[in-house]
Design a protein around this ligand. Structure first.
Ligand SMILES: COCC(O)(O)CCCCCNCCCN
Ligand SMILES: [Zn+2]
Length: 678
């Protein structure tokens, strides 16, 4: 498994600039690149990356996507004077040429391809290319929206040709629709293109009908083009996360890409004049973290838009920090997607139902009365601004946004704990030690007894159990004191250890502890005070135990063939966990687990997006291979293979839907459809 993060930057790409006055293009300034790079330096992130030089993309590489005519026109501008440059620019929508534009655009293509090579060759695991001019609007025969050559589209064609790839995922989180990419791949089933974009019912540029949710691809490409339109401004962290949980991630895991390329525009971030959205920089750490679990971690992030320099710089730093494997910062804001976002999510899921196994049993009955429904929604949306809208209006005064960004940025980049994972060097633990893991000295018996005597003392009759509790507590203490990021403890009684860990953490002062317990949970601590949230994944209904807000049991028996657990992880566990906003996560695996190792490892990897990646794993000491796989997931040494994808059965989809209906008022990140009767 490759390691390391590439950073590709060449200051020559800052030469391209607007020579005349043009209120549309004047936001695409050279400082976008230089200030992002300076910000990375100021957070000491440049030195932690593997520097990879840019190069000029060759004409042949550019012709993978563009016409010879387009190339020739671009080439001819190098010797033009300002008058001629202005004239040729006027042939395009929102584009400007400078004498250096052609050279810069070739560097942008070359930088992107250098990143693809570095990742595909295994020289690095992932990386980011800071490039301009950007690419996702440019088309076979036209420049458009500040873009001359389509860097990301060329990269996908290049990767297919050079590495024989058959499944490439492009995620476009820029706030504009990358219509260029859509046109290039809309009949191509080997490239899955996902874009969200400000749309406002086709009001917002480029105001295309084909940017709406029902543009699903053409011919063999049907189902491989995903458009998620934002019909209101002010979308925030919860809307973006909901889009990942309920649309992109289930598609991505079913597609199982061999490479992930991000059209990484940050104009979808707070403060940006183009996007007018509310999402804060740390959301890009979460989005990046999710995509790192795909394609064995092979992830290429390519800069597109982003025009508020401070917001852009912070978001770039959040992205690179996460690519480097640092803990993911706590997400801020109310975890509740707005009505308009949920409506778009519901629409795009319905549009894609015919093309995806995970959507086979999607309830699209709302389409029947869509005519009245969408009319009602539009009417409702037009005269009543949702909470987001009001926020954005009073956010509009840039002073407030600037102030927010100043304050917000200070405390984001918290000190990274030096050690990632702690465990006890007890017998048998040598299997799951890896270079990231630090041995923690055992607690002595008296100390343990005092700690444990408070509760469950009667349960602790044997020394063996006492010792294992001591080990777990020694590890847990390191995490609670933030000396390490996460830890793993083997235990003869996982249920008891988990219960002790929960109680100890709450007594230590952690107010919201999430516990995901896989298997039979003999002891269920009292969760009335909301300081714990327990999700118990077990094979069968526990008699007489009904789920409540803070103690949910999810009956799931994994399919024999492979991993069908995605829909539960993505559609239920993560949305509930993100709604709860825990500041510590305990994942425990007891006897009679009903999940496979790959499902549990994927869950551990994804749960690292919570609580600044603070996780303690408590696992039955007989589960040697599970201990190894979870230790790898915690150490970040490798993304656990998530096994063979198996779509959920109708019965399981119904089970998730029933739980979602039961809890979506409490845990609002579960919402992915507009309830009947607006
Ligand atoms: C990859 O390009 C990055 C980008 O998507 O941010 C470019 C935005 C172009 C925005 C053009 N606005 C035209 C308004 C016309 N009334
Ligand atoms: Zn954009």
């Amino acid at each position: 498994m490759a390691s390391g993060t590439a950073l590709i930057y060449d200051e020559k790409m800052a030469t391209h600039k607007l020579l005349w006055s043009d209120p549309i293009c004047d936001i695409e300034v050279p400082e976008r690149l230089s200030s992002s790079y300076e910000q990375l330096k100021s957070y000491h992130l440049v030195e932690r990356c593997v520097p990879v030089p840019a190069r000029e993309g060759s004409e042949e590489e550019i012709l993978l996507v563009h016409s010879l005519e387009h190339l020739e026109v671009a080439k001819s501008t190098q010797t033009m004077n300002e008058e001629e440059l202005k004239r040729v620019s006027e042939n395009y929508d929102a584009f400007f040429f400078h004498p250096s534009t052609y050279h810069c655009a070739r560097l942008a293509v070359g930088a992107t391809l250098q990143l693809v090579d570095a990742v595909m060759s295994g020289e690095v695991r992932n990386g980011m290319a800071l490039v301009r001019p950007p690419g996702h609007h440019s088309q076979r025969n036209a420049a458009n929206g500040f873009c001359l050559f389509n860097n990301v589209a060329i990269a996908a064609e290049y990767a297919k040709l050079k590495y024989g790839l058959q499944r490439i995922l492009i995620v476009d989180w820029d706030v504009h629709h990358g219509q260029g990419i859509q046109y290039i791949f809309e009949e191509d089933p080997s490239v899955l293109y996902f874009s969200w974009h400000r749309y406002e019912h086709q009001e917002f540029w480029p105001s295309l009908k084909e940017s709406d949710y029902d543009a699903v691809g053409l011919g063999k490409g049907k189902g491989f083009n995903i458009n998620l339109p934002w019909n209101k401004v002010g979308m925030g962290n919860s809307d973006y996360l909901a889009a990942f949980f309920h649309v992109l991630l289930p598609m991505a895991f079913e597609f199982d890409p061999e490479l992930v390329i991000v059209s990484s525009g940050y104009d979808s971030g707070i403060g940006d004049p183009e996007g007018q959205m509310n999402a804060t920089p740390e959301v890009f750490a979460h989005l990046t973290h999710f995509l790192m679990q795909l394609a064995n971690g092979k992830l290429c992030v390519i800069l597109e838009g982003g025009y508020h320099l401070k917001s852009l710089g912070e978001s770039v730093c959040m992205t690179v920090k996460t690519l480097l494997g640092d803990p993911v910062p706590q997400i801020t804001g109310e975890m509740a997607p707005c009505l308009s976002a949920v409506e778009s999510i519901q629409n795009v899921r319905a549009a894609h139902k015919p093309y995806w196994k995970w959507l086979a049993y999607e309830d699209t009955s709302f389409l029947q009365n869509l005519s009245t429904k969408s009319h009602l929604l539009k009417k409702a949306n037009s005269n009543t601004s949702t909470e987001h809208e009001t926020k954005i209006t009073n956010n509009n005064n840039t002073v407030k946004v600037e102030r927010f960004l100043e304050l917000h940025m200070k405390n984001i980049l918290f000190p990274v704990p030096p050690i990632k994972t702690a465990t006890i060097g007890s017998e048998g633990s040598e299997h799951f030690l890896s270079e990231h893991v630090q041995l923690v000295k055992e607690m002595d018996k008296t100390e343990i007894k005092s700690l444990v005597s408070g509760f469950y003392a009667d349960l602790v009759e044997e020394d063996k159990i006492l010792l294992s509790l001591g080990s777990m507590l020694a590890i847990l203490d390191k995490i609670l004191k933030k000396e390490v990021c996460n830890g793993i403890a083997a235990s003869p009684t996982a249920a008891l250890s988990a219960a002790v860990a929960l109680r100890h953490s709450v007594r230590f002062g952690f107010q919201r502890v999430l516990c995901v317990f896989v298997g039979d949970m003999q002891i269920t601590p009292n969760t009335e005070d909301g300081k714990m949230l327990i999700i118990n994944i077990c094979e069968k209904e526990q008699p007489g135990k009904t789920s409540c807000k803070h103690c949910i049991s999810l009956n799931w028996k994994e399919d024999a063939e492979g991993n069908d657990f995605f829909s539960a992880v993505l559609g239920f566990i993560l949305p509930v966990a993100y709604s709860y906003q825990p500041n510590l996560t305990v994942i425990a695996v007891g006897p009679n687990r009903s999940l496979g190792i790959s499902g549990i490892s994927l869950l551990v990897a994804l749960l690292q997006g919570l609580a600044e990646s603070r996780i303690v794993a408590v696992i039955e000491d007989t589960e040697i291979s599970l201990l190894q796989s979870v230790a790898k997931a915690l150490g970040g040494a490798s993304t656990p293979p998530f096994g063979i994808y198996v779509p959920p059965t109708q019965e399981k989809v119904k089970k998730i839907k029933a739980l979602r209906d039961q809890f979506q008022q409490e845990w609002k990140m579960l919402q992915c459809s507009v309830k009947d009767g607006i």
